[in-house]
Design a protein. Structure first.
Length: 278
């Protein structure tokens, strides 16, 4: 069956879009996976939906109250038993071959500790799509200022368990974890879109501005002068400009217009998943 992949899914009040995430896992061409779903104190029917899942590959753990994403992610990482670690937010979904393609690369290149892909941003209230995070499929060595998309990445579990999510950070816990995991390691960023991110529904100007501030403070503490300066400039510019823009206008600037094939792939996958859950 191949190596097992543990997919971490933190969720708080994820209905109804968590059904898309679940359906995209059940549609994977790679079958040897487990999904560690941490219900972070949901009160909208999410807990009942998760308890109704009959596929034994779904492992559900309920928090009695809402602790926040870093706690949920860390709990999932602690109990995961796979050879590889992948992430999936409850309102996002995978391309059908996401796990298969990334496992094959991890097996082909044992010296590589992370494989990531591009992502496509979408939303239920807009027809707009944006693509970002694409790479060139080359093996590279991460430096202190390397930026890779957390959500679309696959990591080696034995390495990932050496690190923990920072519970003190209100924003950017995922990128902080990945930054520490990846520093000095070899990685590949694929020139393909394998992850679909509901950014237009879940991200706003406040979150973007605060993320830049968190990254700046972290870089200062680690004496990363170049990175801290870049993040500080981004924080100042965003703080001055974003109040005069809508959230959608801001998000449209964070990626590129998809190719016809990328847009077609999104619609084909999304529509199939919708049919599966109806």
């Amino acid at each position: 069956m191949g190596k097992k992949v543990s997919v971490v899914i933190p969720v708080y009040n994820g209905m109804p879009k968590i059904k898309l995430a679940i359906s995209s896992l059940q549609s994977q061409t790679y079958l040897n996976w487990e999904a560690i779903i941490i219900d972070d104190g949901s009160n909208d029917g999410t807990a009942e939906y998760l308890d109704s899942l009959t596929d034994p590959r779904f492992i559900v753990y309920h928090f009695e109250k809402n602790y926040g994403r870093p706690y949920a992610r860390q709990k999932a990482l602690d109990i995961a038993t796979g050879d590889y670690l992948a992430m999936l937010d409850a309102d996002d979904f995978y391309a059908p071959d996401k796990l298969k393609v990334q496992v094959e690369l991890m097996e082909q290149y044992p010296e590589v500790d992370l494989v990531s892909s591009g992502l496509c941003s979408w939303g239920t209230l807009t027809k707009e799509l944006r693509v970002r995070g694409l790479g060139d499929d080359a093996i590279k060595v991460a430096s202190s200022d390397t930026t890779v998309v957390h959500a679309s990445s696959m990591l080696r579990m034995n390495e990932a368990k050496k690190y923990k999510y920072n519970m003190m950070l209100k924003f950017g816990q995922d990128q902080d974890f990945l930054h520490r995991y990846l520093d000095g390691k070899k990685y590949i960023v694929q020139n393909s879109v394998l992850y679909y991110y509901s950014e237009f529904d879940s991200v706003n100007r406040r979150k973007i501005i605060n993320t830049h501030l968190v990254c700046c403070k972290k870089a200062v503490k680690q004496y990363e002068i170049k990175t801290s300066l870049v993040e500080f400039i981004k924080y100042v510019v965003c703080s001055l400009i974003y109040p005069f823009m809508s959230d959608e206008q801001i998000l449209l600037r964070r990626g590129q217009v998809p190719t016809d094939k990328q847009a077609s792939d999104f619609h084909d996958i999304y529509n199939k998943l919708i049919r599966n859950i109806e």
